[in-house]
Structures are given as C-alpha cells and as structure tokens.
Design a protein around this ligand. Structure first.
Ligand code: GDD
Ligand code: MN
Length: 381
C-alpha cells in the first residue's frame, strides 16, 4: 500500500511539461461506456497540450462499464482530471452543458471521448481564440484539409449531409460542418447563451451558434474524423428526431421547447395509431363504438408511453422497475384523460356519427391532458 502511494507520487512529479495553477482551458469529455478510451484520451491530451494550463472534465452518465470509476482512478493521480457522474439522466448535449458550466477557465472545449476527434487540433483552436479574437472555433470535416475519413458509414454520411443542408437553409447558420461535436469557445460567451440551449439531443455546437444569432465570431479549422477504436456509437436513428425538434424550436425563436415539440410529434403518431386501432376494432371485430374507442385509447396510450420514454424523455428514461411503475402511473393518471376522451368522442359521435372525427377529437382531448400531467408526474425531474 505504502509503496503503491510512493510510486504514484513519482509518476506525478515525472511529468515536467505540466503547467500548474488555474486552468486556462477546460476540455469537456462527455462519456457513455468509454472506460477503455478515457485513459488514452487523457494521455493524448497531456501530450497535445504541453505548455498549456488545462484540465479535463469527464461528464459520465453513470456508464455500466464503470467509466466514472476509471476516471476517478486517474483523477487520484492527476489533479487536472475531474469527473461529473450523473445518475438517472442521459444525453449528450445536457452532459456537455453541465461540464462547461462546471468550468471556471477562460476557454472551454468539447470533444468526443472515443478518439474520433483529433486532439492535436486543440492548440490551434486555442490560438484562434486567444490571439485572433474569435469567440468560437469549430473543427470541421468539410473545409479544405478536413475529411470525414472512414469514421462515418455511407448512410450516416448521407444523413449528415442532409442535416447540414437543413441547418444552412432553416437556421441560416453558415457553418461547413454544423454537425460537428468538436469545438472550443470562450466560457463567458457560453455562459451568456447557456439559458437558451436545449439539453436534449446532441447538436450542442449548432445550438450554441444558432442561439448566438450571428453575433459570434466563428473560426473553422479542418480535421479528419478518425475511426472509433473501442466501444460503439450511441447515436441511433432516433436522435435525428431530436435534431428536427431543435430546428423547429430555433425557427420559432425558442418560444416552443424541443420537449413540447417532441411530445406533439409523438402525440401525432398516437392519433394515427389510435385511428388505425379504432378502424380495425370497428371493421374487423364489429365492436360497439364506445368499447372500440376505449380499447383504441389504451393502444395509443401505450404506444405514446413507449415513444415518449424513448424519445421525448430519453434523458429521464425510465428503466426496470421505474419503467413498470411509470407505465402504471401513466395509465392511472390518464384514466381521467380517457374518461374525457371517451366522453367527448361519444358525445360527438351520437350527434354526428363520423367515426374518424369523433375518434380524433377524443384522442386530442386525451393528449393535452396527458402532456400536462405526465410531464409533472410520470417523468418528473
Ligand atoms: N454523458 C454522455 N451521455 N455522453 C454521451 C452520451 C450520453 O447520453 N451519448 C454519447 N455520449 C458520448 C460518447 O461516449 C462519446 O464520447 C461522444 O459522446 C460521442 O458519441 P458517439 O456515440 O461516439 O457519437 P458519434 O461518433 O456517432 O457522433 C459523433 O459524430 C457526429 C458527427 O458525425 C458526435 O461527435 C456527434 O456530436 C457528431 O454530430
Ligand atoms: Mn463517436
């Protein structure tokens, strides 16, 4: 034990390039299951940032592979390393925001922890902010000298292209690589914009630049996207929904939250599910309208619960026992909604027996109720 402590101390004093004193640059590393990569990244940062007073904040969403503990072990030997372990929350943007807010440095950078981002670019990014007076420096794969390399599959590359065009068209953001997750900016600028940023989704850089509304001086530097060495990507197709939500939210000048938009989108699918179920129950099973409407409501509610849990509330996603409890409370809470739904639908149907109109009116009634109550209770913070 004693000899172990001694050897750790020798290890610390060995590194002479280390600059002591308060950090000028904080590198935020969002992580989910990156226990194999974090030690390598820290070593690479140490080399790349020789002569700079830097620190790294790993923001880990309680990864099952023990990334938090691996980071804590490194931090025991290296005080430049810090860990924020978040429990019960998931999400790339939220993790980045939290990490940047935990910094007191003049500059903050965000970088993937999976070795896909080239850390040797950091000193150049720092220089652009320090002496060229830029507010934010974005590492781009689409300027001269940059490349998506082999890090993106062709489908992802195509999707990335489409998302780029949408951002340019709708957000009027002049970035060659709006999807880039590798950037550095002045912390004071970030703090100014932070209240307007969405913690959902994964497009934090785009959100920052779009929220800055052209007031930010942006510098782009080329980099080559590297291939992931260990572990796997966490960005599934569902995150593109977050992206669309962000686009629309920004278009409406932040007056509509991304979450509400997502909830509405899910609500929209719920109406379709409801009508399909209703049609099947009426036409195929010949059930009386009231009964068919009741069953269709449960089908739509269940589908809404699954989708909202996967999408709208993916950062508060319920799992295991909490999931079962959540579904149960969702049903109980919304039973009042169902009463309103069936009541309204039947009332309309008896006056005007148009199945789709009555069904949709009831479903919308239930959806509004569901949003208010489930946001406060089922997925409460
Ligand atoms: N804390 C936290 N929480 N970290 C996360 C989460 C999360 O829910 N999801 C992903 N991360 C971390 C990963 O551990 C990794 O360090 C980094 O965020 C990027 O995640 P990947 O899963 O490797 O994303 P990718 O390689 O598919 O996407 C990257 O490239 C895209 C452009 O093609 C990211 O940089 C995206 O931001 C970028 O748009
Ligand atoms: Mn990656």
């Amino acid at each position: 034990m004693v000899s172990n402590t001694n050897s750790e101390q020798t290890e610390v004093s060995k590194s002479d390039a280390r600059v002591t004193g308060p950090a000028e640059l904080t590198v935020v590393l969002p992580t989910y299951n990156e226990s194999k990569n974090v030690p390598i990244v820290v070593e690479l940062l140490d080399k790349a940032l020789a002569g700079v007073a830097w620190e790294v904040i790993v923001v880990d969403d309680n990864s099952p592979d023990g990334t938090s503990q691996v980071t804590a072990d490194i931090a025991q030997k290296d005080p430049r390393v810090r860990i924020i372990q978040r429990i019960g929350r998931r999400g790339l943007s939220g993790a980045c925001i939290e990490g940047m807010l935990a910094s007191s440095s003049k500059y903050v950078a965000v970088m993937d922890a999976d070795l896909q981002h080239d850390e040797s670019l950091l000193p150049k990014m720092l220089e652009a902010l320090r002496s060229q007076n830029f507010d934010i420096c974005v590492a781009s794969r689409h300027v001269e000298g940059g490349d998506v390399g082999t890090g993106l599959s062709s489908v992802r590359a195509w999707g990335s292209n489409l998302a780029n065009n949408l951002a340019r068209k709708f957000l009027k953001v002049e970035l060659s690589d709006p999807m880039s997750g590798f950037f550095m900016l002045r912390r004071d600028r970030f703090v100014e914009l932070a209240p307007r940023l969405s913690s959902q989704g994964f497009k934090i850089m785009l959100d920052i630049v779009a929220s800055g509304k052209g007031a930010l001086r942006v510098k782009e530097l080329p980099f080559v996207f590297r291939e992931r060495q260990h572990g796997e990507s966490k960005l599934d197709t569902l995150v593109t929904m977050d992206y669309l939500g962000l686009l629309v939210s920004k278009l409406f000048n932040d007056t509509i939250s991304v979450r509400f938009l997502m909830y509405s989108m899910v609500g929209g699918t719920g109406v379709v599910v409801h009508l399909i179920a209703l049609k099947i129950l009426l036409a195929l099973f010949g059930l009386p309208f009231g009964v068919a409407q009741l069953i269709a409501t449960f089908v739509a509610m269940s589908s809404n619960f699954f989708l909202n849990n996967r999408l709208t509330y993916r950062d508060r996603r319920l799992k295991g026992l909490a999931w079962v409890k959540g579904l149960f409370t969702f049903y109980v809470i919304c039973s009042f909604g169902i009463l309103a739904n069936v009541g309204v639908a039947e009332l309309i149907y008896t006056n005007k027996p148009i199945w789709w109109f009555a069904g949709a009116a009831g479903a919308i009634m239930g959806a509004v109720w569901n949003y208010i109550v489930s946001n406060a209770l089922t997925w409460r913070k």
